[in-house]
Design a protein around this ligand. Structure first.
Ligand code: ARG
Ligand code: ZN
Ligand code: CA
Length: 254
């Protein structure tokens, strides 16, 4: 497809403490980051190394909080649920009212995002296309969500959601999830073959898997670097996300 796809988002804030009940402004800050990152309008675009600039892509997806709920009533696109769960994990409990979370809105019409306390150092997780409807969407730790309120460095630029929505649109990790080997694949041809996940704030170039002189594309949203060290999708990744919008997620958005 050509052009821009605009996706309605519902953010389910699931909180135990008052601090975890993040403000509307923190939610709004995340929606803005998502649209900037997926439209190649992020302010840190100019930090992409010259060698990778020609590969950086506009994903042509925009995000907006939903204005109607599944029943057709006016909504601000944010649900708020108090829970007695101290910390959720990646077991999807946050996605069901019956287990202390909030039920999904129909995933053929909305991107569901759950924001909550997560345990074990988990920043977020996503469901790939083609999975069960009642668990479809992404989950993000409240302190790694948006750019204000409880958002805390080095994960306070909203890039956890950018990464997780990348998965939700069928992107794989850039290192190929092969435990540090050079044989894993992210099924994208313009991302360099990369050994393992990178973390922190690497300096360019960072070479692995004989991928010199430019090395790993560690500033890609699908690596594990800090929020202030990731600022691009590649053109090949855009193609893969657009194929998903024409395939498993066809009909979503306008
Ligand atoms: N699923 C990854 C995790 O929980 C998210 C990594 C996001 N990285 C970031 N810089 N925000 O570890
Ligand atoms: Zn990931
Ligand atoms: Ca690898």
């Amino acid at each position: 497809r050509t052009g821009v796809t605009r996706i309605p988002v519902v953010v389910h804030v699931v909180f135990k403490t008052a601090a975890q009940n993040i403000a509307d402004s923190q939610v709004q800050s995340q929606i803005e980051v998502l649209t900037n990152d997926f439209r190649k309008r992020n302010a840190d675009l100019n930090r992409i190394p010259a060698a990778f600039q020609p590969l950086s892509g506009d994903a042509r997806v925009e995000f907006a909080l939903a204005t109607t709920d599944p029943a057709g009533n006016a909504s601000n696109g944010i649900t708020r649920t108090q829970t007695n769960v101290n910390a959720f994990s990646d077991d999807d409990a946050v996605k069901h009212a019956a287990s202390g979370g909030a039920d999904a809105w129909p995933p053929g019409q909305y991107l569901n995002m759950w924001v909550c306390q997560l345990g074990g150092g988990l920043l977020g997780y996503a469901q790939f296309p083609g999975g069960a409807a009642d668990t479809d969407g992404v989950v993000v730790l409240h302190s790694a969500f948006g750019t204000n309120g409880t958002a805390a460095a080095p994960f306070n630029l909203g890039r956890t959601a950018t990464h997780e929505v990348g998965h939700w649109l069928n992107l794989r990790h850039i290192w190929g999830d092969d435990g540090g080997g050079c044989n894993g694949d992210d099924f994208v041809t313009d991302t360099p073959n990369q050994a393992d996940a990178n973390t922190g704030k690497p300096a360019f170039p960072l070479i692995s898997c004989h991928n010199g002189p430019n090395g790993d594309m560690f500033m890609n949203y699908m690596d594990y670097t800090d929020d202030d060290s990731m600022f691009m999708f590649s053109a090949g990744q855009v193609e893969r996300m657009q194929a998903c919008l024409d395939g498993d997620r066809a009909g979503l958005g306008t």
